[in-house]
Design a protein around this ligand. Structure first.
Ligand SMILES: NC(=O)c1ccc[n+]([C@@H]2O[C@H](COP(=O)([O-])OP(=O)(O)OC[C@H]3O[C@@H](n4cnc5c(N)ncnc54)[C@H](O)[C@@H]3O)[C@@H](O)[C@H]2O)c1
Length: 249
């Protein structure tokens, strides 16, 4: 289990959910990991719970100065950076007609601008480290048009575009940039208890080829692949992990 041996990875929004699963899987594969999140207590607890060299730093991805401080700390503490997962995000559903300016700005600031700021702040250290892998976490809401997902979907579509531009700009420096595109995944983000819902309605997932939501650990395995040298010829594209939702529709 050393597919990421010698690598240093920064995972935003790693205090819980998929980010925490990614931090755990990266550490299992031999990476040193920095979990960066606005949730100090949970972030520190999550980092302490994972075996290996896993640390926590406070980061608000929407704030350029916060990014500068965290990347400087990575350079001082770890001496290099090989993997950045832009995973932190906010989520809610609201119709276009009901969405407010402030809420729209807040969603864009974290989900989309936060990833831009992360790439801009982290890429120079990655380049100095000899190259690396940036993973932007999009969503199947960034592949289609889902009712109530205007703000969220805009950011997730935008991330797929940002990924392609960043891949084009950074590939001469040996930095690959790709998107993870999860479908519906268990965890607190969606604000519903998926296992409970499924127990109440066994047919809930019957429209999905794999007939169940994904687990954070399954997304983390995709992140390990994109972070590792196993994906050395892959840049500027999407890895869709959605139980077949979009491929078979
Ligand atoms: N859960 C799903 O079904 C699903 C589906 C598709 C895509 N995704 C995407 O996967 C990623 C992870 O989702 P999740 O379900 O694990 O989410 P989650 O809500 O469980 O975790 C998000 C984390 O981001 C952190 N965060 C929020 N704002 C931040 C900020 N400004 N700076 C730093 N950290 C911040 C939160 O504190 C939290 O720890 C997100 O990008 C999400 O959009 C999730």
């Amino acid at each position: 289990m050393s597919r990421l041996a010698g690598k240093v990875a920064l995972v935003t929004g790693g205090a819980r959910g998929q980010g925490a699963a990614e931090a755990r899987a990266f550490a299992r594969e031999g990476a040193r990991v920095l979990i960066a999140d606005v949730d100090d207590d949970l972030g520190a607890t999550t980092a302490a719970d994972i075996d290996g060299d896993v640390r926590f730093a406070r980061l608000d991805v929407s704030d350029a100065d916060s990014w500068k401080a965290v990347v400087a700390a990575v350079e001082t503490d770890f001496g290099r950076l090989d993997v950045l997962v832009n995973n932190a995000a906010r989520y809610w559903t609201r119709s276009i007609l009901e969405e407010s300016d402030d809420a729209l700005d807040a969603m864009i600031a974290v989900n989309l601008k936060g990833s831009f700021l992360g790439i801009r702040a982290a890429a120079p250290l990655m380049i100095d480290s000899g190259g690396g892998s940036i993973i932007n976490v999009s969503s199947t809401a960034g592949l289609g048009g889902h009712v109530g997902h205007a703000a969220y979907g805009m950011t997730k579509w935008g991330l797929r575009g940002l990924t392609r531009v960043a891949a084009a700009e950074l590939s001469p420096s040996n930095v690959r940039v790709n998107c993870l595109v999860p479908g519906a995944i268990t965890g607190p983000m969606l604000g519903v208890n998926i296992p409970e819902q499924q127990q109440r309605d066994p047919d809930l997932w019957s429209g999905l080829p794999l007939r169940r939501p994904g687990e954070p650990e399954e997304i983390a395995e995709g992140a390990v692949f994109l972070a590792s040298d196993e994906s050395s010829y892959i840049t500027g594209t999407d890895l869709v992990l959605d139980g077949g939702a979009t491929g078979t529709g």
